[in-house]
Design a protein around this ligand. Sequence first.
Ligand code: NAD
Ligand code: UDP
Length: 338
Amino acid sequence: MSILLTGGTGFIGSHTAVELIESGYDVIIADNLSNSSASVIDRIEQITGIRPVFYKIDVSDKAALQNLFAEQDIDAVIHFAGFKAVGESVEKPLEYYRNNLDTTLTLLEVMEQFDVHQFVFSSSATVYGSENPYPYTETMKKGSCSNPYGWTKSMIEQILGDAAVANSNLSVVLLRYFNPIGAHESGLIGEDPQGIPNNLMPFISQVAVGKRPKLTIFGDDYDTPDGTCRRDYLHVVDLADAHVKALEYASEHKGVEIFNIGTGTPYSVLEIVHAFEKSNSVAVPYEIGARRDGDLPEFWADAEKAKTMLGWEAKRSLEDMCRDSWNWQKKNPNGYRE
Ligand code: NAD
Ligand code: UDP
């Protein structure tokens, strides 16, 4: 079976490409490299011994996408492509709505034209908004997002639901990711943020390697056990495995199904810092700073549905996540840049 990964040279897409190839799928990647490097293709080949087919195209370029579908016999699509920086989405909302919605709409149109009906989408826990109690369950009503990025995920879920009502052949799996961290254990692929990292784990890794003097923890006065925010962190390779299971599910079902992809266990910012120091025997200097706008105190997944219906659950520990993040950072202090 041939699987198209849009955004497949990115952080989650590249790890998913490896797991798919190792499960026997043929992988075709479409990415415009707006937030990733072409050398990821070499690294995937180094890990798996198989080179994925690569199209450097913008997924909202309909003619380019039609050309890809005409040349490749695609069975299913996993749609990772999109912009993902929360803060930037507040500054550039139109770019975020344009890119994230356009890529999805173009993809759906071209899939319909070429009779491809299986679609797995990278959604996010952010669609639960601030109204819902935790742990989040898939049956909860979606909430209000605090930024345009989150709204693009919520809107795309709506678009995919409507498309599946109109086209009874369509099978849509919405994966609501919690907080993916870690890297492939080879240290050949990992998260490679441009500029100052927005997310916690890349920031910690860059402090540990000496690229940044210290971490600022955004608030220690929340109503949580140690006052810092808690999140449901999961290993990116476990997340990649969830896509393999989601594809199996999509090939056997029609309509829309939503799955939380998390561990079900929250950790605080301080717990992450200390686990990283302990697992890797390195120091992570930090200071306590002001709260970051829009941060929720805590949330985590009810991960039961993915376990019972997909047969998926996270296997890797927090120690694995910290060790693999550090292994990637040490081996690639400048990411994919030489
Ligand atoms: P990433 O930025 O590493 O990967 C996204 C890829 O999409 C990049 O390689 C980028 O070049 C590509 N891309 C963007 N716009 C494109 C376009 N118009 N045409 C072709 N390629 C395009 O991000 P990631 O962390 O791997 O996230 C993958 C998906 O998962 C995204 O949709 C993201 O919103 C979603 N997600 C990520 C997280 C997270 O914490 N990383 C959490 C929840 C959901
Ligand atoms: N965080 C922090 N300092 C940083 C980056 C993040 O204290 O430099 C905190 C942030 O407030 C949140 C947690 O780490 O509580 C996870 O943040 P991230 O941006 O990685 O994920 P998200 O906010 O999307 O859950």
